[in-house]
Design a protein around this ligand. Sequence first.
Ligand code: PLP
Length: 409
Amino acid sequence: MIEAFHRIKRLPPYVFAEVNALKAAARARGEDVIDFGMGNPDMPTPPHIVQKLVETVQDPKTHRYSTSRGIPGLRRALSDYYERRFGVEIDPETEAIATLGSKEGLANLAQAITSPGDVVLAPNPCYPIHAFGFIIAGGAVRHMPAGAGEGDFRETFMEALHRGVAHSIPKPIAVILNFPQNPTAQCVDLDFYEEVVDFCLRHEIYILSDLAYAEIYFGETPPPSVLQVPKARDIAVEFTSLSKTYNMPGWRVGFAAGNKRLIAALARIKSYVDYGAFTPIQVAATAALNGPQECVDDIRRTYKERRDVLIDGLARAGWDAPSPEATMFAWAPVPEPWKEAGSLEFAKALLRDANVAVAPGSGFGEYGEGFVRLGLVENLQRTRQAVRGIRSFLAKPPSLPTLDIRKAV
Ligand SMILES: Cc1ncc(COP(=O)(O)O)c(C=O)c1O
């Protein structure tokens, strides 16, 4: 008999699989689907970065294996970014590493530090690798409810952290932080990080912070880094990424910075697994970090305009969703008539009847139920078109699958 593989059995189909299948079917029928489903930036990489790649790739020396930790210039560029943006000094030799996107870095760090059965505290809902990186690595995840909405977020989070430590046997090895958060768009301030660092230092728990949305913010105050807390580097490592900041999701460039022991562990694993990103990509990534930053302002402005059109439009359609302060996502409560049917049924109906794809909150974890995530990855015109579709969808009586069955019985 063929048994499912041990690790594969523990991985449910990826979050977007069901909605993606419906999306593909609708497109095959020739329908125009407006796709807020994935967090896949739709804008082009700024031309000066592409130009650097093109220039560099002409040199055959760059065609050889690269270095898995990242070329020194790229690690220096990251360290300059930390200095400039957060006032944090990072030693490019021992406290920084380039990764093939932050997702790869998170997954390989989980492999590096997890012993079988080790417990990790992960927020729920979350970006899937935050929990599943550790499941793949043979660990166990204790979920910290971190949905949006009720109560004071900081209080709820700290309570979940206290409970997670008090009731986990063995004691957790690490906690995952991700602010601004995917999918909820939750942001935090430096005080919050101070409290978490203090707690984790006392309990000897590593902090793995994912700051993928460091530069995608819409207010006056940019999101802080956990490494701004003076003693954070004793226990914390932080992941950043070029994917969203410079519209480079397909290039696969990210970083980890912070605690030397964690960086060395990740470097060791990576030295076995990969040879680093293609050198021209690393050179172009260096140009992105060291070069003009107006392109980042433009990217931010574009997401902000889309956010405003979407949130205002939804409000006019009778769907109140909080306006995200950061990230490229709106996290919207499932409208009342669909609450009971749940986020997946709502997402499926919206796709079927309005040709608008959203990601069901339940795909990000059980505490994501009751919400859907809308990615700001369609242009203004298509976002307006989607809002019109949503408005007429919500104006009609809902075709609720479960309630219909009950009526039939
Ligand atoms: C919170 C978060 N972390 C990491 C990633 C992946 O980033 P990268 O392209 O650097 O792997 C994403 C992508 O959507 C994300 O939302």
